[in-house]
Each structure stands twice: as C-alpha cells, then as structure tokens.
Ligand binder design. Structure first.
Ligand SMILES: *Cc1c(COP(=O)(O)O)cnc(C)c1O
Length: 220
C-alpha cells in the first residue's frame, strides 16, 4: 500500500511535461485532499457542485477547482465565483447559463466542450455537428463571460484497449480539426486512472486521475 504522496509522485513522474494532471478528489475528504495539496498538487477535479463548493470553502484558496461532472444548469451559480475550468459542457443551454452566472461575478469562465466518444448511453456529450454549431454560432460569439478553450471526452468502460484507443483517436482528430479554425482551443482533456497511458499516446494534454492517486472509491 503506497501513500497518497507516493502515488501522486509516481504519476507525476510518468507524465510528459506538457500534460496537466487533474487530481480527481470526488468522494474524498478534505484531509485526503490536503495531503495531495501539501505534496504540491494544486488542480483538483470534482463531479458534484455542492461537494466541490464545500471543499472550496474549507481548503486553501490557491487550489484550482475543475468541475469534471455532468452539470445541471441550476447549479452553475454556486460555483461561478471560483470554478477554474468546467470540463463537461454538453449543450448550448448550459453554456448560456455559465455565461450569465460568470457575468454576475465579473469573471470569464473557461470551459471544455464534451464530445460523446463512448458507446455507452450513460456518458454525456455532444456530437461533432452540435459542437461545430456552437463554436461557429453568433450566440457564442456574443458571450463575453465564457471562453471555450478545448475539448473533453470519456472513453467506454471496457477491457478493449483497441476500442479505447480508437475513441481517443476520434476525439483527437476532431480536436485538431476544430483547432485549425479555432486556435484558442488548446486543451484536450482525456484519460482517467485506467486509460491515461493510451490517452497520452493519443495526444491528451490533460488527464483526470482519481483512484490511482487517492485509492478506490466506496461509491460513485
Ligand atoms: C471519476 C472521474 C474521473 C477519475 O476516475 P478514476 O478512474 O478514479 O481515475 C475522471 N473523469 C471523470 C469525468 C470522472 O467522473
């Protein structure tokens, strides 16, 4: 059994320099997050707004909080004052709400659009056409308080490395093609504990790792 510090160090050392590590701390205590913080980690990912906000209030203010979960529009206001990056934007309506809440806080909130790459229906995300429509829309062009800085995706939960690779390659291919016309897209968030090696080989710039750092979760 390694400690949180040791596992964090091992993962950091295995990541290429240009890949950002999001330590996924959902369901974990502030004490456990504090250990990772004291070991130098500053970016943490959570999937529930309420849980993230309560941790934000109890932990040092130089932590960058990433929302990696499926967000309901009515929860955006609670994280708008402090959230650093919202990974899973899956529809225009949510983007509009983020813009509205960010405006009230006098902030520009960075977001990633989530592309659906998995076969499973439980995973959210939009198709390529919807993504293109948003990026080229007049409506988005008018939004002053959100900035889409990249894409995010989650591969199917499967033992087939071949399938995971082909889903990540699909995401990377679309990321590259959108980035040609939208050079502000620089972040490609893909890869979790079980598949981040493949994700990095496929061009990930940001990995979201939870259980490999903090240990298995008891629930969700
Ligand atoms: C929970 C979660 C992760 C981290 O999962 P692990 O397998 O524990 O690394 C990454 N991304 C999202 C969107 C998650 O919900």
């Amino acid at each position: 059994m390694n400690t949180i510090e040791e596992r964090l160090k091992m993962i950091r050392e295995s990541l290429p320099e240009d890949v950002t590590l999001v330590a996924v701390s959902k369901t974990k205590s502030v004490e456990e997050i504090r250990i990772a913080y004291d070991a130098g980690q500053r970016i943490f990912g959570e999937n529930k707004v309420q849980e993230m906000t309560s941790k934000y209030e109890r932990l040092p203010k130089d932590i960058l909080w990433h929302m990696i979960g499926h967000v309901q529009s009515n929860k955006v206001k609670h994280m708008a004052p402090y959230v650093n990056l919202i990974h899973g934007v899956h529809k225009m309506k949510l983007l509009k709400e983020i813009n509205k809440c960010a405006k009230r806080e006098n902030r520009v909130i960075h977001c990633l659009l989530q592309l659906k790459i998995a076969k499973e229906n439980t995973k959210f995300g939009m198709d390529v056409e919807t993504m293109n429509n948003i990026l080229t829309s007049e409506e988005y062009a008018q939004m002053e308080n959100v900035k889409i800085i990249g894409l995010m995706g989650m591969a199917t939960f499967t033992d087939s490395k071949k399938q995971i690779r082909s889903e990540f390659e699909f995401l990377k291919k679309n990321f590259d093609s959108f980035a040609k016309t939208h050079p502000e897209l620089t972040v490609l968030s893909m890869g979790m504990s079980g598949d981040y090696h493949i994700a990095i080989e496929c061009g990930s710039t940001m990995v979201r790792i939870g259980s490999k750092i903090f240990g298995e979760r008891q629930y969700h």
